[in-house]
Design a protein around this ligand. Structure first.
Ligand SMILES: [Fe+2]
Ligand SMILES: [Zn+2]
Length: 371
């Protein structure tokens, strides 16, 4: 589609642009006024908006509209408003805003293996970091290898992943055999695929699992692509999928000192109906109140989801050695662990970050690289 406008027509509350290729775009007058980029409407130092919409009437209409420099790269839509204010947009600027950008997601099943990236280059080299972050955003998982084995090294990842998202219990959690532990991961039992802290209304959206030392037999790490499962479940059983989006499920983790509880549906959608979050944590799930009118339907749907999450065909497993860090997109990828078969020394640390910060760090890297 050519970023040049062949005509503009006023239509009720919008300006209709017809592009050189014949496509039409409606530009609401209030949108055109609100996004004005002039020095009066913006804080020049920061580009933040100074203009407040209430300052114009809600039935605002332009006095005049014109195309200047038609057909050139500098083509501009020039608008004059009744109060004398003037707004100018490059046609190319409007053209860039035509379609929302969708994340490029790649779903996977048990045949997949997470890609591995060197820890040192990830921290030191921008192009290595970009490659790893792009893969992480696409698949929701990757492994950093040749990482330090000193406790609390996860602090270093903040330069790439953004600040640590602190939650209750510990800033950097320690997972090892502990008869007093507050969590199933502190036992030698298998830990089924789950995501952490479903007991927060906004669970941490990135998790780093850092193996410091692993001298145990067994205890292989497992990951499952929650978005891939939900995509199939939605196609096969749309009604069951819908119930999982609607019934709040209480989730709780606690110790003597702390209490962490929230009730939310297992599946959250974005405004376009795409899956934004899966919450699945069997160990921390609490009884749903019997007053829930969709309880029977929920249990049929939950049974189906539980079967799919635990299907060996969906599970990827690998051994996480000392000096390796598994990164998971916490709202998408479920992680778990097979049972420990011997009680050798095993010490894992995990910490959380936020997906927005990782995604936006990639933008900073691309900007710096002129991409
Ligand atoms: Fe976990
Ligand atoms: Zn302005």
């Amino acid at each position: 589609m050519n970023a040049s406008i062949s005509s503009l027509a006023r239509n009720g509350e919008t300006l209709t642009a017809v592009w050189a290729g014949g496509e039409r775009t409606d530009l609401p007058y209030l949108w055109l006024r609100d996004n004005c980029g002039c020095g009066e409407c913006r804080v020049e130092q920061t580009t933040e908006k100074r203009f407040h919409l209430f300052r114009v009437p809600n039935d605002l209409k332009p006095s005049t509209v014109a195309i200047e420099g038609a057909g050139s790269e500098d083509e501009v839509i020039a608008i004059a408003w009744p109060d004398g204010h003037r707004t100018r947009y490059r046609s190319s600027e409007i053209h860039r805003l035509l379609s929302p950008s969708h994340p490029d997601l790649q779903y996977w099943d048990g045949r997949f293996q997470p890609q591995r990236f060197g820890y040192g280059p990830f921290l030191a080299n921008d192009s290595a970091a970009m490659e790893a972050i792009e893969e992480f955003l696409r698949t929701g998982v990757c492994v950093l290898v040749d990482a330090p084995t000193e406790p609390d090294s996860l602090e270093e990842l903040a330069t790439r992943l953004g600040p640590i998202r602190e939650v209750l219990f510990e800033r950097i959690h320690n997972v090892m055999l502990d008869p007093k532990g507050y969590n199933i991961a502190h036992t030698d039992l298998a830990v089924g695929a789950h995501n952490d802290f479903t007991s927060y209304t906004w669970p941490p959206s990135v998790q780093a699992l850092h193996m410091l030392v692993n001298e145990c037999e067994g205890g292989e790490s497992t990951v499952v692509d929650g978005f891939a499962l939900l995509d199939e479940l939605r196609r096969d059983h749309p009604d069951e999928f819908d119930v999982l989006c609607r019934v709040p499920v209480p989730s709780r983790i606690f110790s003597e000192a702390y209490e962490c509880y929230a009730a939310n549906p297992m599946v959250a959608l974005d405004t376009e109906g795409e899956v934004r979050m899966l919450r699945f944590n069997t160990a921390q799930m609490q009884a749903i109140p019997l007053s829930e009118p969709r309880l029977t339907e929920f249990y049929a749907a939950y049974h189906e989801l539980s079967r799919r999450v635990n299907d060996p065909a969906a599970e990827v497993s690998f051994r996480l050695e000392g000096g390796q860090i598994l990164l998971c997109a916490g709202h998408r990828v479920l992680h778990g662990r097979k049972a420990l078969r011997s009680h050798g020394h095993r010490h894992l640390q995990d910490a959380y970050y936020e997906h927005d910060n990782v995604r936006n760090h990639l933008r900073v890297l691309r900007r710096a690289g002129g991409i």
